[in-house]
Design a protein around this ligand. Structure first.
Ligand SMILES: Nc1ncnc2c1ncn2[C@@H]1O[C@H](COP(=O)(O)OP(=O)(O)OP(=O)(O)O)[C@@H](O)[C@H]1O
Ligand SMILES: [Mg+2]
Length: 256
């Protein structure tokens, strides 16, 4: 199983949008067995992917034994898309567990999930806490959506410092890049920020982007991918999201 974490220490950048769409693309188009682990107690991915719920709460990945994880997933059909939903107990993980304990626990549980799934996506809360650290330490790949606004772009340096630190501690982790998200073609500010980001970090910015598309909000609310939205206006969004998913799929080198 390959695990990809979607993380950035800032809210509203598009982590959950990216998680839900990649997961649905990988399930439908690549025919993979996909798990989505929602580590954000806000539960946005759990809301959007509710129809795929496994009945297994994400906090249990930190507290269950390998046998308990195995007992749940061996008893069900894991084909298609499977949600491991956020629960309020995720907040409690931040206190009693040290980052190292949380990392060990999550890694052990993810290893068991690997018996049942081809790919796991981990959606994270927008702060560097025990859960984000454990997710990054348990993953093979990471990507970070980012808006082209000054506050987001300014925060990049800080994020890279933290990320470099974690990358050093997890030699299996490959950073797939930042996804410029909610980019508005008509806003010179967005275009300038995108150009300067690509110039400053050429290797770290993906060669794809996603515009600010109303149909993406429609899709996340309706619990479907944007390619199910029957509006002419959704066409651009569909094209961009598919290009993004193709790029990530290729980089992950998944052999089917
Ligand atoms: N490309 C886009 N076009 C239009 N709306 C978008 C786009 N990407 C995300 N959104 C919307 O922006 C909001 C924030 O996106 P999302 O929830 O994916 O961000 P997040 O990084 O997961 O936020 P949080 O840190 O709070 O979990 C949502 O309402 C979502 O519908
Ligand atoms: Mg989110």
């Amino acid at each position: 199983m390959k695990t990809i974490v979607i993380a950035i220490q800032k809210g509203g950048q598009g982590k959950t949008f990216a998680t839900c769409h990649l997961a649905q693309d990988f399930t439908e188009k690549r025919k993979l067995r996909v798990a989505v682990v929602d580590l954000d107690a806000q539960g946005d991915a759990s809301f959007t992917l509710e129809a795929h719920d496994s009945g297994y709460a994400a906090s249990r990945l930190f507290t269950d034994s390998a046998d308990a994880v195995r007992a749940h997933f061996s008893a069900r059909d894991n084909s298609g898309l499977t949600l491991i939903h956020a629960d309020p107990a995720l907040i409690d993980i931040e206190q009693p567990l040290t980052a190292d304990q949380a990392c060990d626990a999550l890694k052990a549980s993810m290893a068991v999930l690997g018996e049942y799934f081809d790919v796991a996506f981990i959606d994270t809360p927008p702060a560097l806490g025990v859960r984000m650290t454990a997710a990054i330490m348990s993953a093979n790949y990471m990507l970070s959506p980012i808006e082209m606004e000054a506050y987001s772009v300014r925060g990049m340096g800080k994020m890279f410092a933290v990320m470099n630190n974690l990358l050093e501690r997890n030699p299996h982790l490959q950073f797939l890049g930042m996804l410029p998200n909610k980019v508005e073609a008509r806003k010179p500010r967005h275009q300038a920020n995108l150009a300067s980001l690509r110039e400053s970090y050429p290797e770290l910015v993906m060669p794809v982007k996603v515009g600010l598309r109303d149909s993406i909000g429609d899709a996340l609310e309706a619990g479907v991918p944007v390619w199910r939205i029957q509006k002419t206006a959704a066409r651009d969004a569909i094209k961009e999201v598919r290009q993004f998913a193709d790029y990530v799929f290729e980089k992950m080198e998944i052999t089917q």
